[in-house]
Design a protein around this ligand. Sequence first.
Ligand code: SF4
Ligand code: SF4
Length: 65
Amino acid sequence: MKAKSSGEIEIYVDKKLCTGCGICVRVCPERAIAINKGKAEIRKELCKQCLICMEECPFNAIKRR
Ligand code: SF4
Ligand code: SF4
């Protein structure tokens, strides 16, 4: 499998760690995150991989791959 370059990263929520606090929803400049059933969900088509949500999540629930 081809290694992903930095332009191809995917930001995702580890639902085991997410508490649904909503901080990521407020900090995302693209409005790409919503809370669904108490967990954050990132709309990949809107996400610009700016990593702000990853830095701001107090529970380290947002990760990249
Ligand atoms: S900031 Fe982290 S814990 Fe809070 S809703 Fe977003 S992903 Fe979940
Ligand atoms: S990486 Fe940036 S654009 Fe993507 S969901 Fe997080 S804050 Fe929003």
